[in-house]
Design a protein around this ligand. Structure first.
Ligand SMILES: NC(=O)c1ccc[n+]([C@@H]2O[C@H](COP(=O)([O-])OP(=O)(O)OC[C@H]3O[C@@H](n4cnc5c(N)ncnc54)[C@H](OP(=O)(O)O)[C@@H]3O)[C@@H](O)[C@H]2O)c1
Length: 353
């Protein structure tokens, strides 16, 4: 494969990422059609249920007579089944495209190599695996969901310069967060919320902070709000239980909620794997865990996380709730406005290796 092939595939990745937050539970897919050293068509999967990237790329070509001499680049194997739209492999074949370059095979059980086989059987030349690792990165939520049968897990917290996530609270203290980060960082967090299917927090964070957990400072859809209330400790009147947006509460005994709240009954001694299995069944492809300390610790202890995003603010608390500790080193560390932002990856769950 040449440098030019890599440029076209990277353009597919770039296009695919535009769908982040809109295509779930579908993957992010971008497609480029090149005739010689000229791109003659492009497309990406915009939203769940909408046309696939290959369909839009083919539609965008102004002179279809060029298609048989063109190469179609796509980051994910074209589909082979009749779902919401006819199979892309069939369309590629009908348009007479004879060469297809794919980055990743589709792990989805209805495709899983069948799209590539269908194309090869029709006589097309199919190259698979170009920039495979970068392709995994683009669709890491989708691949984790299908292979590990659980949502992709992102841990997120903000800590003070001296390593606390909150002040110690006494009974009667005001309810609400003690902010550590600035407004710009909080806007970024709202953007992140639009990118994930679910958002999970622990019982005590719900009680002490009374967060809304919806998206207000960015445009996009709200993640499903998720919490645990094993002992029926959540008081009435919480924002999280206002029924305004899809919410899931794991309870040990039946509870009646109104609005868009679903109660799921679990054992008192449930494991995080059981909880994640329920989220998998609800097609929650990814989840951002926004605290508190004990919930984050239990995910870390069980190695059940894929990435972590940690803000460190300038504020100093001197004492309080200690921030969780990750053994690994950050893979990236940047100054974000007034804060430090560190990204961690859990190599143990890295599907590439
Ligand atoms: N700075 C930040 O980024 C940030 C973010 C969020 C929260 N916070 C702060 O963190 C504090 C709350 O943290 P926290 O550690 O006290 O409480 P937490 O993690 O929010 O909630 C812990 C409680 O959740 C329940 N739980 C159920 N299953 C669990 C599991 N598998 N693992 C852990 N907990 C489980 C338990 O209550 P039951 O025994 O009743 O089941 C447990 O005591 C608050 O002060 C909040 O302000 C800070």
């Amino acid at each position: 494969m040449s440098k030019q092939d890599e440029i076209y595939m990277r353009r597919c990745f770039e296009l695919a990422r535009k769908g982040l937050g809109f295509t779930r539970t579908n993957p992010l897919v971008g497609c480029v059609i090149a005739h010689g050293n000229r791109i003659i068509g492009e497309g990406y999967h915009h939203r769940f249920g909408g046309p696939h990237a290959e369909v839009l790329a083919i539609r965008s070509v102004q002179d279809p007579s060029l298609l048989p001499e063109s190469v179609l680049y796509v980051n994910l194997e074209p589909c082979s089944h009749f779902g919401k739209t006819p199979p892309c492999s069939l369309l590629i074949q009908q348009k007479g495209i004879r060469k297809v370059v794919v980055s990743n095979e589709d792990p989805f059980y209805e495709v899983n190599g069948a799209g590539i086989r269908m194309l090869r059987e029709s006589g097309a030349e199919v190259e698979v695996g170009l920039l495979r690792e970068e392709g995994y990165e683009v669709n890491r939520r989708f691949f984790s969901y299908h292979r590990l049968k659980r949502p992709y897990i992102i841990l997120k917290w903000a800590q003070t310069a001296d390593g606390f996530i909150d002040l110690n609270r006494n009974p009667g203290d005001p309810i609400g967060p003690n902010w550590i980060t600035d407004e710009v960082s909080r806007t970024l967090v709202h953007k992140w919320r639009t990118e994930e299917a679910g958002i999970l927090i622990g019982t005590d964070t719900v009680i002490r902070d009374n967060p809304r957990l919806n998206v207000r400072q960015w445009t996009g859809s709200n993640p499903v709000r998720i919490t645990i209330d094993r002992k029926g400790r959540l008081p009435d009147g919480l924002h999280l239980l206002d029924g305004s947006t899809q919410t899931v509460v794991f309870n040990c005994a039946p509870v009646r909620y109104s609005g868009k709240i679903r109660s799921i009954i679990i054992d008192h001694d449930f494991t995080l794997n059981e909880l994640l299995g329920e989220l998998f069944n609800m097609q929650i492809i990814s989840v951002i865990v926004e605290g508190g300390r004990r919930l984050l610790d239990s995910f870390i202890k069980e190695g059940l996380w894929d990435e972590a995003r940690v803000f460190t603010g300038r504020v100093v608390f001197s004492s309080g709730v200690r921030a969780p500790l990750l053994e690994s080193k950050p893979v990236e560390s940047i100054n974000f406005h007034d804060n430090r932002l560190e990204y961690y990856r859990n190599k143990m769950n890295d599907l590439q290796h």
